[in-house]
Design a protein around this ligand. Structure first.
Ligand SMILES: Nc1ncnc2c1ncn2[C@@H]1O[C@H](COP(=O)(O)OP(=O)(O)O)[C@@H](O)[C@H]1O
Ligand SMILES: [Mg+2]
Length: 324
């Protein structure tokens, strides 16, 4: 396996928990200096992959390297080059942001003066200087995640694993974390980011691997992936089933693809490129024609759309929700 230019490589990774195959021939190749998205629903195997790559658990089959170093045979050397941020922050609630970072610095044997200086640098980089001397218990979700990111950057790792860094955050906090990740990569760190959000992978990653049931089912650029799924769509829900053919005609005029309709949900949707013009045109025309519209909007493709397109089935979480 050649590792030229790759910060992380995995080939045919396997991990079993009893009968459960958490990873089942998982492949991955992450170019150095990039953000690589690992996109998949709950239970797909993202955390298992990250835990193997960061040497926290052993693999049952296949091979993986980080910076050309084997995660099994050179685990100690791998550990010296990586940082890991989990889904749950590891910082201490009682301490201030600054105290937390200084404590991590001393844990990593930086020495008091260097630990202080590094903490100040990181607080600045993650836009936490104003909140530095407040207790972490008073931080917002976004501030917590940024502090967690800062803590994993104490030693400036070559490769950083971010496991669902924005799950559960509100949109504003999510944007703040995105900015922090961008700053990291500008500093030269390679990031492997797991996420359940197509939009997040699209915003941050230059390449995306889609994982389903422990296997990689696609590896593409965000644009390549979105093209396969079909980009933004305009969507109209009507009150009367008999209006559907009329709506299909109106929507077809602004669409660059085939409108699709759902007779049960009284829904018509179609791919569009000029999002806002398309939406205003459709809304105005339907109003002029007196069609009763229950709902109208633009829909970005979701992880679920990606799955439907790639696998022919929806994500298991959505199937369970639909069945409930
Ligand atoms: N320690 C464990 N023991 C048993 N099953 C596990 C364990 N960790 C993960 N699994 C199972 O392996 C599969 C993949 O889990 P995980 O890697 O956590 O997925 P993700 O992070 O994508 O949500 C899931 O079915 C999960 O239930
Ligand atoms: Mg997980």
């Amino acid at each position: 396996m050649k590792d030229d230019g790759y910060a992380v490589r995995a080939e045919g990774l396997e991990k079993r928990y009893g009968e459960k195959r958490a990873l089942d021939g998982f492949d991955l190749a992450v170019r150095a200096g990039t953000v690589h998205g690992l996109l998949g629903p709950n239970g797909a195997g993202k955390t298992t992959a990250v835990r193997i790559l960061s040497t926290l658990i052993r693999l049952d089959g296949g091979r993986a390297t980080v910076g050309g170093l084997d995660v099994e045979r050179q685990a100690r050397e791998v550990r010296a080059r990586i940082g890991l941020t989990g889904q749950y922050a590891a910082v201490d609630e009682v301490l201030t942001g600054r105290q937390n970072l200084e404590m991590f610095g001393r844990l990593f044997h930086l020495g008091g003066r260097r630990a202080k200086a590094r903490a100040a640098e990181l607080l600045e980089q993650f836009d936490l200087t104003d909140a530095a001397d407040k207790g972490v218990g008073d931080y917002s979700g976004g501030m917590r995640r940024r502090l967690d990111l800062a803590a994993s950057m104490i030693l400036t790792p070559a490769v950083l694993f971010l496991d669902e860094p924005t799950t559960g955050l509100d949109p504003r906090s999510r944007g703040e974390v995105w900015d922090a990740v961008r700053a990291l990569v500008a500093g030269g760190t390679t990031v492997l980011l797991t996420t359940q959000y197509l939009e997040e992978a699209d915003r941050l990653a230059s390449r995306i691997t889609v994982i389903d049931r422990g296997r990689s089912i696609a590896d593409d650029t965000p644009d390549g992936l979105k093209n396969r799924v079909g980009g933004d769509r305009v969507e109209v829900v009507v009150a009367e089933r008999s209006d559907i053919p009329r709506v299909v005609k109106v929507v077809a005029r602004v669409s660059d693809g085939e409108p699709e309709s759902d007779e049960t949900e009284l829904r018509v949707h179609a791919p569009v490129t000029d999002r806002v013009t398309a939406l205003t045109d459709v809304a105005r025309t339907l109003q002029d024609e007196g069609v009763r519209v229950e709902d109208i909007g633009l829909r970005r493709p979701s992880l679920d759309d990606v799955f439907l397109r790639l696998t022919g089935h929806r994500t298991e979480t959505t199937e369970k929700e639909a069945a409930a």
